[in-house]
Write a new protein. Structure first.
Length: 282
């Protein structure tokens, strides 16, 4: 197995490995690389749902994607209930998966719950000719880029992560619309988060929309958030994945943000996805 960093400390390509048959030694090497680089890309992984789910489970306990709208009864019928679909494809008038073809703004996954899943795994199956690139931003580097005063200011602050909207800005089923970010439902986390495995601090903002810093007025909170967001995705700290079919990307939501470009609804994008809880927390 070969680990090739794409930049000095962010994103690595993993080659010469078949994730369907990876052994324990190789997996620990891959896991260490994931902790070190935050994002891994492994090309040419022709995994079916069973294989993707089995591989993902090596990172820790599988977490269901936020498809709360489905009844327990319907969920129980799904063979690989931890593998979900992201797609713009419509079949029989219904979207077959989440996020459609819209742009998804910068975010980390499910930070609006108390114990968000650290690992997200995304496998590209059908990829549009144009658009739909996924961008990643290193949040260790974002924190380091902050002016000292700003960093000191936020070291004691928390932030509320909005649970009501998806990364394409849609209201999740079961949530009411609101304007005032103080009304947003969602978990409160420290703004600077020490990664429990690497021990390194990272900026931890979740997403910009409807975020709120408890204790501040909405105006103060918005002003401080805007100031901070200027450092989230500096060009030197970001990397863009241009998908090829059968690329698998694994990122660490504790220290990485991602966003996705929109694409033409007349093209097809079809992705398989798993997310995984902390293997150390259980
Ligand atoms: C995700 C996500 C972006 C993409 O899987 O959490 O935001 O490229 N996906 O589809
Ligand atoms: Mn996401």
């Amino acid at each position: 197995m070969k680990v090739t960093p794409i930049t000095a400390n962010f994103v690595a390509d993993i080659e010469d490995v078949n994730l369907a048959t990876i052994n324990d030694t190789e997996f620990e090497q891959l896991y260490s690389a994931w902790l070190e680089y935050g994002v891994l890309r492994i090309r040419n992984q022709n995994l079916d749902d069973e294989q993707l789910q089995t591989f993902s489970k090596r990172f820790g306990p599988l977490e269901e994607a936020p498809f709360g709208r489905m009844s327990e009864e319907d969920k129980a019928k799904i063979k690989h209930r931890y593998v979900t679909t992201l797609s713009n494809i419509i079949a029989d008038g219904k979207p077959i998966g989440g996020l459609g073809n819209s742009e998804a703004t910068w975010h980390s996954d499910m930070t609006y719950i108390e114990t968000p899943p650290p690992a997200s795994l995304l496998l590209g199956i059908e990829i549009p000719e144009q658009g739909g690139d996924t961008h990643f931003a290193n949040q260790y580097a974002a924190l380091e880029a902050l002016p000292g005063e700003l960093r000191t200011q936020i070291a004691i602050l928390t932030i509320k992560h909005n649970a009501a909207h998806t990364s394409v800005g849609k209201l999740r089923p079961g949530f009411e619309a609101f304007d005032d970010p103080r009304e947003a439902p969602g978990a409160i986390h420290p703004m600077i988060r020490t990664h429990n495995e690497s021990g390194r601090p990272a900026l931890y903002l979740g997403r910009r929309e409807w975020a709120y810093i408890p204790g501040l007025s909405v105006t103060e909170s918005d002003a401080l958030l805007d100031e901070l967001w200027a450092y989230v995705a500096l060009e030197e700290n970001t990397w863009t994945q241009k998908w090829q079919p059968l690329d698998l990307i694994i990122w660490d939501n504790r220290c990485v943000m991602h966003r996705r470009d929109g694409f033409d609804q007349n093209s097809r994008r079809y992705m398989r996805r798993c997310q995984v809880l902390d293997r150390n927390a259980v």
